[in-house]
Design a protein. Sequence first.
Length: 385
Amino acid sequence: MQPVTLQDFASRWIRYREGEGRLQKTTLERDWSLLRGQILPAFGQKALVQLTAEDVRNFYASLCQELNRRTGIPQLHTARRAGAVLHKMLEDAVNLGLLSNNPARRVPLVKPAETSARPYSLEEITTLIRSTRDDFKPFVLVSILTGARFGEARELRWHDVDLERGFVYVRRQRPTHEPTVVRAPKRGIVRAVEMMDPVRTVLTSLPGGSPDDLIFPAAGGGPIDPSYFRRYVWTPALARSGLRLKPHEMRDIFVSLLIAFGEDIMRIARQTGHRNLAVFFSHYAHEIRRTSGTLSRTETYDRLMAAYHTSVEPANLGYVSVSQAAKLLGVSWGWLFELIRRGRLPAVRQGRVLLIPRDRLKEVGLPRAFRMHAAGKGSNEIPVR
């Protein structure tokens, strides 16, 4: 009988894990990516029974020495995750009787240093809210002041709000990579978040609806689309404010505010769903030491609401990506890139996206086809979608 190779078993193992239904799609995709990228190139054709502890140790040591091509820092997190996937797969092979023992069992995994949330100033928070599109300000402000993850905030419904008792309940999430799936929040932890005054003010100012209606529906109905939010709301807001933030950092801002208010740590952990206080302290220890009790709730609420009620100037909303500008003008994106390269068209880089001020598109010499198209409409205005 031909021995089972690690590659053959890996395909069966990942299908088995998928059939269990206990893991999220993103976790399975990450595990499969680690198998294809790191584990199978090293051991794919090797028979399971021939794998030794020395093989695993050498493999893991080589992963720990690999450097990130962008930062030049050892990829210890990747190495640890790949080691954990290999250990779990071989442990399942033992349980199925394909191996007598797990060769990865006695190979220690390096524990990378815990990452810490960076500090956020009240000025940064108010600048972010002030720079956000007016129609998305309620969503951003409530996300910041409830600590809800993006998938949780876009699934909030009116029956999750208890204005009488002053709580917002986080009961479900719609994962970003699984738009048709609604499940319990991360780790199944349902949270009762104390309602801050600005959250109450914002929610009572919204039109409302039936108990099962979404609090923050998209313009066309249904939940907010993550790609639309990032491209048309978040990225332009960062370009206007000059900040560098990820949407998930709204949750870190919530914790930072509560710490600065001098809130009890256990009370914060209950509202964020942190069961492991060691993880919480390792992530926010510097915030606790640096800012605990330094902010006044009343003054902070006043500044947040002032930023909320500051309307974004229409001219400041005029940022489009190169691909959007190409569609609006009916030209190739390569032509626009050439104008940017020659300095004839200004652009701002936000991450991997180039943003062009919409009003500056009218200042460059447009192709004759576009001028004829605009003239046929009786207008030389750039269409707004």
